[in-house]
Design a protein around this ligand. Structure first.
Ligand code: ATP
Length: 350
């Protein structure tokens, strides 16, 4: 098990800064995802960790040992890519044992290790098959087995599931998690899919424009996003811009709300953004004098089968609320309603 430490890491391509001053301390034995939109720099960061790309500045350590200047093949990492990159002229077990062959491990041992890994990925009977005889999902598992053959310190996967259809993808997410737990190897998965990151990870590293925006558990990131970008990128949010004050008030164009004061707002009034998740927002038949509520008009009700989405316009803000499907709402499109905002809604520095 290996922990990963990045200190002041930059990557420049000419004048372009693809990675900007990344500092990370990631514990060993965890399932970690690098999550960000297209072009945010997550693959570049992955390549820096793997050694496929060299940092322009900064230090990368595995278990405290400086690997910054080492090429990928000297870093004891196992890698899997979206394209699988299996060798078509080798059969399944030869593919899995390829790295061991380069290290001059005898054939009988290579085959035994391949068979052991095929058991682990639940494909015990395909050792002698050709790669072209495998389905996409089987190829992906063989690529995973190949990456694990050398018992890597870090198991690194760049968008490993994006070529699979939705159902198989979900299945493979579960299998990968199970495999990771069984082996306990520190694993990093690059993904642009926030649902994938939320379901698979112990730790999510959210990246935008080459910089780390937040590191935390999925729940932490969902409930307490550090920035407006994170709140917007992970799940759905109602975001209100205004001013927070230390005595627990949030003022915005639609009125004043009572909000639990966050630690960062202990001294002076500051520009702030209030993040209210749709399931935190209660829409009710209009009632006067309700604390922490705003008046609004229902613009749309959408029944998605498992849940109902209710859209309400209040002032210049369109709110979205989610309810369980089948509940009696007590209002319809066009009605004036009260929107109740909980005091526990998350307030971020603007
Ligand atoms: P995607 O999900 O689309 O793969 P990403 O988050 O993985 O995106 P990167 O591939 O890391 O993004 O790229 C980050 C930025 O760095 C992009 O603007 C990209 O154009 C730039 N970049 C990456 N590699 C190079 C390179 N070799 N030379 C110049 N620019 C590069």
């Amino acid at each position: 098990m290996t922990n990963l430490h990045l200190e002041g890491v930059w990557k420049r391509f000419g004048a372009f800064e693809a990675i900007r001053n990344v500092n990370l301390d990631l514990p060993s034995g965890k399932m970690i995802t690098f999550l960000g939109p297209s072009g945010s720099g997550k693959s570049t960061l992955f390549r820096l960790v793997s050694g496929l790309e060299q940092a322009s500045e900064g230090t990368i350590r595995f278990d405290g040992i400086d690997v910054t200047g080492l090429a990928a093949h000297k870093r004891n990492v196992g890698m899997v890519f979206q394209s699988y990159a299996l060798f078509p002229h080798l059969n399944v077990w030869e593919n899995i044992g390829y790295g061991l062959a380069l290290r001059k491990v005898p054939k009988t041992q290579r085959r035994a290790r391949a068979i052991e890994l095929l058991e682990l990925i639940k494909l015990p009977d395909i050792a002698d098959r050709g790669i072209t005889q495998l389905s996409g999902g089987q190829r992906q598992r063989v690529a995973i087995a190949r990456a694990l053959a050398m018992k890597p310190q870090l198991f690194l996967l760049d968008e490993p599931l994006s070529a699979l259809d939705a159902k198989l993808r979900e299945h493979m997410q579960n299998e990968l998690c199970e495999l990771q737990r069984k082996l306990g190897v520190t694993t990093i998965v690059v993904t642009h899919d926030q649902r994938e990151a939320m379901t698979m990870s112990d730790i999510v590293v959210v990246i935008d424009r080459g910089a780390v925006q937040q590191v935390g558990s999925p729940l932490d990131i969902y409930r307490r996003p550090a920035t407006r970008f994170v709140a917007d990128f992970i799940g759905t949010s109602n975001l209100l811009e205004g001013t927070g004050s230390p005595e627990g008030k949030f003022e915005f164009s639609g009125g004043t709300l009572k909000i639990a004061t966050p630690d960062w707002l202990k001294r002076d009034e500051s520009p702030a953004v209030l993040c209210v998740r749709p399931e935190q927002l209660q829409v009710m038949q209009k009632a006067d004098g309700m604390p922490n509520s705003l008046d609004g008009q229902v613009t749309l009700i959408r029944d998605l089968g498992a849940e109902l989405e209710v859209f309400v316009r209040s002032g210049d803000t369109e709110f979205i609320s989610k309810e369980a499907s089948g509940v009696e709402l007590g209002f319809s499109v066009g009605d004036t309603v009260s929107l109740q905002i909980p005091e526990t809604a998350h307030l971020m520095a603007a």
